[in-house]
Design a protein around this ligand. Sequence first.
Ligand code: KIV
Ligand code: ZN
Length: 504
Amino acid sequence: MERIYIFDTTLRDGEQSPGVSLNVKEKVQIAKQLVRLGVDVIEAGFPVASPGDFAAVAEIAKVVKGVRVCALARANFNDIDRAWEALQGAEQPRIHTFISTSDIHLKYQLRMSREQVLQAAREAVKRAKGYTADVEFSAMDAVRSDIDYLCRVLAAAIEAGATVVNIPDTVGYAVPEEFGEFIRAVQEMTPGIEKVTVSVHCHNDLGLAVANTLAAVKSGARQAEVTINGIGERAGNAALEELVMALYARRPLYGMVTGIKTEEIFRTSKLVATLTGMAVQPNKAIVGKNAFAHESGIHQDGVLKERTTYEIIDPAVIGIPKSSLVLGKHSGRHAFKQRLQELGYVLSEEELKTAFERFKELCDRKKAVTDDDLLALVEEEIGRVPPVYELKYLHVSSGTTITPTATVGLQVGDGVAEEAACGNGPVDAIYKAIDKITGIKCTLESYGIDAVTGGKDAVGSVMVRVSSEKGKTYLGRGLSTDVLEASARAYIDVLNKMAADSSQ
Ligand code: KIV
Ligand code: ZN
């Protein structure tokens, strides 16, 4: 069996999904989970893009071990120097430098000649190589490039020291047979390519990213660039879970293995969906809610008699829990901590303390606390920043014949600030009252509510997305069996994140 290397770019290309913005703490949590999942490379970010990106790459490089940590840089010295600075703490650093090779990008975007691009690629790789042995070069928009020219650029990058050459379908234009052929031809036509790892990076504009990646693997590519849940620019990237499970389910056909611990897939998918606010569609392959749900009587009958009649993968293989352990108000801190560990979460003492307090509050309102409730509580804790504002109390008056009004008390420093407001609904009234206290100016871009489990006593999970005056997006989450309280918590969470962001 040959090995396929999994390069995860959830934190870089995935974070480029419209509306997604993760803080450093959230990125570190995802990176740690990616290590548990067993990816080979984590592309942690694009350090030159913003101080926040730089800080996230630097922190991941410092705290995440046992994996290659990669930083992206355009093919210029400033980007590469910044990438290397951010990677200082990394055990196994990789610099990933890129430049476009298609004529359309050269003419309209870069305004550079082919020779200039070739020279920039060569110089960039040399610069990166001066810092680290592990250098990846990407020819952006490779699929729409003239193949002879593309191969010349790749050969120059290899000669300059690149150890991985990546051939992206940047705009998701390729189809599988053609892409497989393309990857084969590039390998035949590029001198020195046999000495390096060939990588592919497919976008999903035609819904073919995973199929194209598989075709490339058949043609000799040995690194696949993917994201959890397939998130990424526009229609996203090839989904890690789909690629890995296709190679797993069709092992005799491909003869390839990855280092992925498949039983961590479901948990990773949930974590990324929660922290990015990008919900997974129910019919999504592998990790969607319906991926293993059998609705038709004939299918149910078959699965009950023999699972493989209608299931090509055992859900346990991707870590879908068979049953959910129930905790209640008699469960102690030890049981709580242990169950979290079994679910894959190791919290700091401080995080554990807050999560346990929230768990006890929940037990007073809900008899049976399930694993889903626990996960929601923990995920609420993960992105939290030291709070400037905390909810002390909330009173709401609303109904069909009265104007909704809300009174909110927030702990701010040593004191409690109180304000009241009317709104066109109870949530609007709560948010207006909070705005009066904080004075923070922002626009509510979206508000979503979901029940964490079934049942009338379910915990409500509210997610809000707001944009600052500078146009930066933030995500806030709030949980409670009272959906108005959950709404207030989500809004306060997002305002705390804005207040904590020094780039604002
Ligand atoms: O889609 C793309 O071409 C990229 C490169 C930076 C690899 O994301
Ligand atoms: Zn991309």
